[in-house]
Ligand binder design. Structure first.
Ligand SMILES: Nc1ncnc2c1ncn2[C@@H]1O[C@H](COP(=O)(O)OP(=O)(O)OP(=O)(O)O)[C@@H](O)[C@H]1O
Ligand SMILES: [Mg+2]
Length: 362
């Protein structure tokens, strides 16, 4: 991949499609245009900074808003990162994946150009600058969950070779003007040859989201993404970070925080208090139960993304029928719902709620 990339880029290249094998061309930008678009990578244009570079807002020659990721330095690792991102983004296209508009490669500069997402990332809404505005109401959170799950399902099942994302986290789920989820950052992605269920690889990704078998043994499979998605789902409903620091430097992960509350039926303590009690209690339960299933320590026991999508879609149907209930003090914790959930995702949420004993099979 790296070889392909290095051979196919250069200062002198003019705009053209590199991706002739597919129906969605992307452009090779020139440096002058991107310098102009971002006001010479001015600090005021900065959207954020990640492990591999800084992202800038800009407007291209056609007047379209863009986000330009400027990779930090051209180490062999960064070069690989860039090549993987360009290669992978070039071959995927889905309503819930962040589209690549183009790139520039020349000298020491490696720039990736994306569609600009005016509502930024989930991180800014859950834990960052926009958190106090609470623009992400319950319905939006659920549709973001479904959108991100559909993007992942596409990567896992609909492209060939299949793609494991490996870095699903809140900062990599961006939001367009209608708060639709766009999964971003395929720089860590891994292509899985046909017929293989997993690949053994060096561990990359972000603490708090890593499946145990991947963190410990580098065993990357679709179910690692399912695990990370489960953490993301908990983050969405609770508004809490995947790992929090307790006094004394002890760290607690979100699954350990939520588990006793589920076991004691204290559902209303789980919901993000910033929602002011406006949520659908049944959907909350279904989402939490699904997240627990996704974060099962045993990778074989986790659902597939197909099951996750079906389950989430099933839960959403309910809310279309009825408005989200305004809960005065949240749910009476034991009212109606003392029941136990079997969290087999092959069941509909209603079937699950009819069950009378709840166990977390972790
Ligand atoms: N297309 C985009 N539109 C709007 N904002 C973006 C876009 N891409 C990235 N950002 C912003 O820039 C920030 C930095 O992104 P970046 O991917 O470099 O780092 P990260 O996701 O925080 O960490 P990592 O390097 O591990 O992926 C994101 O959190 C997001 O707020
Ligand atoms: Mg990112």
């Amino acid at each position: 991949m790296l070889k392909y990339f290095c051979c196919s880029c250069g200062e002198s290249r003019t705009n053209q499609s590199f991706n002739k094998s597919t129906s969605h061309p992307w452009e090779a930008y020139n440096l002058k245009e991107l310098l102009h678009a971002t006001n010479n990578f001015h600090d005021e244009n900065k959207l954020g900074e990640g492990g591999f570079g800084t992202v800038y807002w800009g407007r291209n020659n056609k007047g379209v808003e863009i986000a330009v990721k400027r990779l930090k330095s051209m180490t062999a690792k960064a070069e690989m990162e860039f090549a993987v991102e360009v290669e992978i983004l070039g071959r995927v296209r889905h309503k819930n994946l962040l589209a690549l508009r183009g790139f520039y490669a020349g000298g020491d500069e490696r720039l990736i150009v994306y569609d600009y997402m005016p509502n930024h990332s989930l991180v800014s809404h859950l834990h960052g600058k926009l958190a106090s505005e609470v623009k992400l109401d319950w319905n939006r959170r659920m549709s973001v969950a479904i959108g991100a799950a559909e993007g992942l399902l596409y990567l896992h099942s609909e492209v060939s070779p299949h793609i494991i994302h490996r870095d699903i986290k809140a900062s990599n789920v961006l939001l367009d003007s209608d708060f639709n989820a766009k999964v971003a950052d395929f720089g860590f992605a891994k292509l899985v040859p046909d017929g293989m269920t997993h690949v053994t690889t060096k561990v990359k990704g972000t603490l708090g989201y890593l499946a145990p078998e991947y963190a410990m043994w580098g065993k990357a499979s679709n179910s690692c993404d399912v695990y990370s998605f489960g953490i993301l789902l908990l983050e969405l409903v609770t508004g809490r970070k995947p790992i929090e620091k307790l006094p004394g430097g002890i760290k607690r992960d979100i699954v350990h925080w939520v588990t006793p509350m589920i076991e004691n039926g204290r559902w209303s303590n789980i919901i993000d208090p910033r929602l002011g009690g406006k949520y659908d209690p049944m959907q909350l339960r279904n989402a939490v139960v699904l997240a627990i299933r996704c974060t099962n320590g045993d990778s074989e026991s986790r659902p597939t993304m197909m099951e996750v999508v079906e389950f989430l879609r099933g839960g959403m149907k309910d809310v279309r029928k009825k408005e989200v209930v305004v809960m005065k003090n949240g749910l009476d914790d034991h009212e109606d719902y003392e029941d136990d959930y079997d969290i087999g995702v092959s069941q509909t949420p209603d079937q699950q709620c009819a069950k009378s004993s709840y166990k977390l099979s972790r």
